[in-house]
Design a protein around this ligand. Structure first.
Ligand SMILES: Nc1ncnc2c1ncn2[C@@H]1O[C@H](COP(=O)(O)OP(=O)(O)OP(=O)(O)O)[C@@H](O)[C@H]1O
Ligand SMILES: O=c1[nH]c(=O)c2[nH+]cn([C@@H]3O[C@H](COP(=O)(O)O)[C@@H](O)[C@H]3O)c2[nH]1
Ligand SMILES: NC(=O)CC[C@H](N)C(=O)O
Ligand SMILES: [Mg+2]
Length: 521
């Protein structure tokens, strides 16, 4: 039985908001299954999922503009509850006969809403006459409500902060309930999902485990599967899950592309061979990757695409050696898909081609098995614990598939990789010694293609700059730089410059995501 059939679900129609993924997180935190569908594909998703409620996300477009996106009209006539957020409110108003205008005072950031009438959306949470903080981000506004709608809350620049037709169960907010800066937002979403839409909150990681195992069995049948195993959390969880499902039809393949960190290849192989009884092939592919990367130059997307292609070539070759494999399994997560997504027609722009999604070659022999494709990182960790993976494994910092190649802006050479490997090892060693490994979500060093002048032992040096990065995050979708104390940074910089030949200056990256990304490429 598929997940979508055995549980109540919510469909989120995406109009391209940067925070659409947060709506999905909030719904799952309630314990209800949901999926995001880009507006162009929403009709198909609506018919397949048969959701009990629909949420329209925000988005960058402007309803009065020609060609701005709309929700499929059938969603309005299905008798289901709908919640429109920001752009979602505006398109809902427009599609039901109301009016939207641009060019009014914009609101960005915190605002207060004042409740003027009760609504099922905030029943038990907000009281009539009360004022409550919310987070807004809009320039347009609804100026005339559709028939059947009335105002339930106002704010200074959004006369229709909440408007609804309680009879048809159509609700709309100008503010964003999905962000943490709307303190009561999660409760409002719960009202919509559980009380209004009537979803039973029974979706959990143990349900996910059982159902995903059944799904894998149905997909794979008697076929052979090879699983790309990187030593990271995602592929380890995927491999263990698939092994539970199909046992010895699975072989894992670890590709040592020469872009790993110090001693990592040995650790991965040892850890996996000792802890699990899953056959593991260790492929030495450093020469192949480095020679192809030398040809592709400095462009980050060219590097990513080259690496994606080589991974598949290696997997194909290993499959052939094993006498053929029908499926390739990967630990692809939801954020990998989202960031690479516009190739499949999503409304948000491509930020970077993750090697395992947007970096895949167009023609592949094997079919994909990706049991984690709907999950966020922290959900995968919960699933890993559920499967009994050791805590040291589950708590590992993420390490991207393209490895050090995307931490060496510019052309890739073995010499640069060796310098970076040494520096990165010292940095992580200092982090562990300071007891910070588990506090930080991800930390790494980046070797910059910039040389600066220094003086060491009365000699002039002209060497590379190394940037240190450390971030806190929940799911990798947004992140903050980690606020080290200066003594830690000073100590680490001194050690790196003293111990690693080729680096004479160290800087710390204090960019959050957004506007930065976590990796530099
Ligand atoms: N060196 C590798 N050998 C084989 N497969 C790999 C390798 N690196 C990445 N992959 C494949 O690509 C997928 C995505 O990589 P990604 O880094 O996102 O996940 P991960 O390495 O499993 O976990 P983590 O995010 O914790 O590093 C992996 O799940 C794995 O299937
Ligand atoms: O397996 C991967 N293949 C990739 O191509 C890739 N690019 C980024 N990352 C990891 O994803 C998270 C978010 O990274 P960004 O903020 O740099 O997009 C961070 O944890 C990154 O390390 C990748 N993982
Ligand atoms: N955050 C949003 O959904 C913005 C909606 C619309 N683009 C506006 O500016 O009002
Ligand atoms: Mg990884």
């Amino acid at each position: 039985m598929t997940i979508e059939k055995s549980h109540d679900s919510i469909l989120i129609i995406d109009f391209g908001s940067q925070v659409t993924q947060l709506i999905a997180r909030r719904v799952r935190e309630i314990g209800v299954y949901c999926e995001i569908a880009p507006f162009q594909l929403a009709s198909e998703a609506f018919a397949r999922l048969k959701p009990k409620g629909v949420i329209f996300s925000g988005g960058p477009a402007s309803v009065p503009d020609a060609d701005s996106p709309r929700a499929p009209q059938e969603v309005f006539s299905a008798g289901l509850p709908i919640l429109g957020i920001c752009y979602g409110q505006q398109t809902m108003a427009d599609q039901l006969g109301g009016k939207v205008e641009s060019g009014h005072a914009a609101e960005f950031g915190r605002a207060d809403v004042e409740i003027v009438m009760p609504s099922a959306l905030f029943a038990g949470i907000w009281e009539e006459g009360g004022r409550y903080p919310v987070w807004m981000s809009h320039g347009d506004r609804v100026t005339q409500l559709p028939a059947g709608f009335s105002v339930k809350a106002t704010s200074e620049n959004a006369p229709y902060a909440v408007a609804s037709d309680e009879g048809r169960r159509f609700y709309s907010t100008m503010f964003h309930p999905e962000v943490v800066h709307t303190p009561d937002g999660a409760k409002l979403l719960r009202n919509f999902v559980v009380d209004i839409s009537g979803c039973t909150p029974d979706w959990s990681m143990s349900a996910y485990r059982a159902e995903t195992i059944a799904k894998i069995q149905a997909q794979v049948g008697k076929g052979r599967v090879i699983c790309g195993l990187s030593g990271g959390v995602d592929s380890a969880v995927a491999a263990v899950l698939i092994h539970e499902a199909i046992g010895d039809q699975l072989t894992c393949v670890f590709v040592d592309h020469g872009l790993m960190r110090e001693a990592e290849a040995e650790q991965v192989v040892a850890l996996f061979r000792d802890s699990y009884n899953i056959p593991l092939v260790h492929v030495e592919a450093e020469e192949l990757f480095l020679s192809e990367l030398a040809k592709c130059g400095a462009d980050p997307e060219a590097k990513r695409k080259t690496i994606g292609r080589l991974f598949i070539e290696v997997f194909d070759e290993e499959a052939r050696k094993l006498g053929g494999a029908d499926f390739l399994a990967q630990g692809t997560l939801y954020p990998d898909v989202i960031e690479s997504v516009s190739f499949s027609g999503g409304p948000s722009v491509t930020i970077k081609s993750h090697h395992n999604v947007g970096g895949l070659p167009e023609r592949m022999k094997m079919k994909l098995v990706e049991p984690l494709r709907e999950l966020f990182k922290d959900e995968v960790r919960v699933l890993g614990r559920e499967l009994g993976l050791p805590e040291a494994f589950v708590g590992r910092h993420p390490f991207p598939g393209p490895g050090l190649a995307i931490r060496c802006p510019g052309e890739i050479t073995k010499e640069k990789l060796d310098i970076l490997r040494k520096a990165d090892a010292i940095y992580l060693d200092e982090i562990r010694k300071a007891g910070l490994y588990d506090v930080i979500w991800q930390a790494f060093a980046v070797l910059l293609p910039v040389r600066t002048v220094g003086v060491m032992g009365d000699h002039r040096t002209y060497d590379h700059v190394l940037a240190l990065r450390a971030v806190t995050s929940v799911d990798g979708m947004t992140a903050d730089f980690y606020p080290y104390d200066m003594a830690f940074l000073g100590r680490t910089a001194t050690r790196i410059i003293n111990e690693v030949k080729g680096i004479n200056r160290v800087v710390y990256d204090v960019t959050s995501k957004p506007p930065g990304t976590i990796e530099w490429e």
